[in-house]
Design a protein around this ligand. Structure first.
Ligand code: N01
Length: 603
């Protein structure tokens, strides 16, 4: 098969497609996403936040707010900033975490960094004057920047942390959402923006015996440095003399494996499907480059990345990394002028890229059998591509063993350790790098119920699939804005999508407040037209997902029927961003229906 990896001229696309299908078949399971379990019930200890005060208490809050933002990650922060800029003062925040930061609050595992260039991934760099110290910044630096944003735009003053929203009920008389939380709060908000994150509910595999493990164990998003010692830079002195196991080799696994290998006596990596791991090429920020930046640089750079990763050559490749060089393959572009993808050209680019990823493994990993086990056989975008300059090298260490489960996964967990192929590996620490829920039902992922006009719940409203305008609003749920991937634009770098969405939402809210508008929601026609556009892309997306090895991208190989309408907008990032910018520039009120503010609401 390696002969198929020699370059475009000699590549045997048919043989590769057959190999991909064989590998996929090994991994398909009838229980699909049902193989995972949430961190509740007998596994609820896994949900404990190691960074928050477990004894924290406060009196319940009862108040009105003009805007309530649920979630203090990048989406919520950007929403807060844009609302402030639009003159909205009364903004409350609620977050389960102990601070702002979202992903970067929770994910503090060793080695954590962003996998998109930080100069375009980290928001508001020009506004704050902060420049990340490296091309791919450490998690701690990004987390600190989240706090910087919250301080600079004065968002802490009405923030309720360690608090989970439980329910949102629309009160038609008051034209407000009555929002209740697990700390007994009741906030009557005129507008709600829900930014609960795209990958924020950790999940554990339903491996038999998981609850019996008697050693130490945690999910990567709840790293316990109290046990391991050290910090995200490594030096985990608590692991001296300890046998450590990691289950999961996705983006998180490939980042935490190298520092674990340095600190543990022995590290076992339990692999079900190998990740694609390309060159990272991280480097410190060049002060001369920083000094050369001129106004508008971040947005320009971000657009450049969006174009290149949409398959459109757009001047110089400013980022020039493993994401953008998909276009450097000798295939020509794979996107039309507006970024609509040519599936055949894309397939060729992906196969060539994966060939190079496999060749790289041979050039780094000394042991032949280990190298073969580490080779990924699926289309490049079937899973989130990974990048690392030390992950593959880690398998050359004498204290690291790759336990390849041949696509079947870990067999069993016992009080002493992990069983694969009938052999038990005894462990002191077992780390679950097993990811997060992704695009499941809104209630399951957000953790709260939403009841709109007429007592209809969002789950009922979407029972046959989602219905939205731009993936942001849904009819019957006035003054409620969502930031998720459902029917929304999608891009490799989520940041421009979050920026465009929050600018659009803030404009609607500011217009509504100044124009004495009591409720705003999509018109029936506009919502139907948007759902129609999403559904028109369903067959192509379905075909791609059906060809992919199981992962969270394709609901572990068994996408439910509702996925057709729950999928992201198929027109591509360039078109979606252009559309939102156009709408906002025109005042943002097109395609919406409004009612005037009534007396009870203004009182
Ligand atoms: O989670 P994942 P993640 N036995 O779902 C394995 C973002 N992110 O936390 O591939 C053995 O990708 C499972 O195996 P398989 C990013 O968007 C970004 O790594 O399903 N193994 C897989 O290897 C990313 O995509 C950054 O066969 C089992 C792993 O667990 C997303 O978060 C950093 C198993 C889960 O991988 C999620 O990444 C981190 C079993 N029974 C995360 N069950 C950066 O920005 C599951 N697995 C750098």
């Amino acid at each position: 098969m390696n002969s198929s990896d020699q370059g475009e001229g000699s590549i045997d696309f048919e043989a590769l497609s057959r190999k991909y299908a064989e590998e996929r078949a090994k991994r398909l399971r009838s229980d699909a996403i049902g193989q995972y379990q949430p961190l509740t019930g007998k596994l609820s200890a896994y949900a404990r936040d190691p960074n928050a005060d477990p004894d924290f208490t406060r009196d319940p809050v009862r108040r009105d707010a003009e805007v309530l933002v649920i979630g203090g990650g990048f989406g919520g922060l950007l929403g807060g900033v844009r609302l402030r800029e639009a003159g909205v003062e009364d903004i409350a925040f609620v977050d389960k975490a102990g601070d702002f930061g979202g992903t970067w609050y929770w994910n503090r595992y060793p080695g954590v960094r962003c996998d998109i260039e930080s100069y375009i991934y980290v928001p508001l760099l020009e506004e704050t004057g902060f420049i990340p110290t490296e091309k791919y910044a450490k998690g701690a630096e990004i987390f600190e920047h989240c706090q910087r944003i919250a301080q600079r735009w004065d968002l802490y003053k009405a923030a309720l942390f360690q608090t989970a929203v439980q329910e949102l009920v629309w009160n038609e008389d008051r034209q407000r959402w009555i929002v209740t939380t697990d700390r007994g709060d009741e906030i009557a908000a005129r507008f709600v923006i829900s930014c609960t994150g795209l990958l924020s509910s950790p999940k554990l595999p339903g491996i038999p015996g998981i609850e019996t493990f008697a050693g130490k164990s945690f999910h990567t998003s709840r790293w316990d440095y109290g046990y391991t010692g050290g910090n995200a830079d490594g030096a985990m002195t608590g692991l001296a003399g300890k046998k450590v196991g990691v289950i999961g080799t996705g983006s998180t696994g490939i980042q935490c494996v190298p520092p674990l290998a340095e600190s543990a006596e022995h590290l076992y990596v339990f692999q079900r499907t190998p990740a694609s791991v390309d060159i990272r090429g991280n480097r410190p920020t060049d002060p001369a480059w920083t000094a050369s930046l001129t106004t508008g640089w971040q947005q320009q750079r971000s657009w450049n990345f969006t174009y290149w990763t949409s398959g459109v050559r757009q001047g110089e490749d400013m980022i020039a990394d493993g994401w953008t060089n998909l276009l450097a393959e000798p295939t020509g572009g794979f996107g039309g002028a507006a970024g609509e993808v040519d599936p055949e050209a894309m397939q060729r680019a992906e196969m060539l890229k994966m060939g190079k990823v496999r060749q790289r493994i041979d050039s780094i990993v000394d042991d032949h059998a280990t190298a073969e086990s580490l080779k990924p056989w699926f289309n490049y975008f079937c899973k989130r591509p990974g990048f690392s300059d030390d992950y593959l090298q880690t398998y050359n260490r004498p204290n690291v063993t790759l336990i390849d489960t041949g696509g079947l996964g870990v067999e069993r967990i016992t009080p002493k350790g992990v069983v694969v192929g009938g052999r038990e590996y005894e462990l002191d620490l077992l780390v679950f790098a097993t990811g997060f829920d992704f695009m499941t039902e809104y209630t399951r992922e957000s953790g709260f119920h939403v009841t709109g006009r007429g007592g209809v719940s969002l789950d009922e409203h979407w029972v046959t699939g989602a219905r939205t305008l731009y993936g942001i609003m849904t009819r019957g749920f006035p003054n409620f804005f969502m930031m998720s991937l459902v029917q929304s634009g999608i891009a490799i770098n989520y940041m421009p999508i979050a920026e465009a969405q929050t600018a659009y939402i803030a404009t609607i809210i500011a217009n509504s407040l100044s124009g004495k508008i009591g409720s705003v929601e999509p018109s029936q026609e506009a919502e139907e037209a948007w759902v129609g556009e999403v559904l028109a892309g369903a067959p192509a997306r379905r075909a791609f997902l059906d060809s992919c090895t199981p992962s969270y991208f394709n609901y572990e190989g068994k996408p439910p029927k509702s996925v057709e309408s729950n999928q992201p907008y198929p027109g591509g990032a360039i078109k979606y961003l252009g559309l939102l910018d156009e709408q906002r520039a025109a005042g943002a009120m097109a395609n919406l229906e409004t009612t005037s503010l009534n007396q009870k609401a203004s009182g």
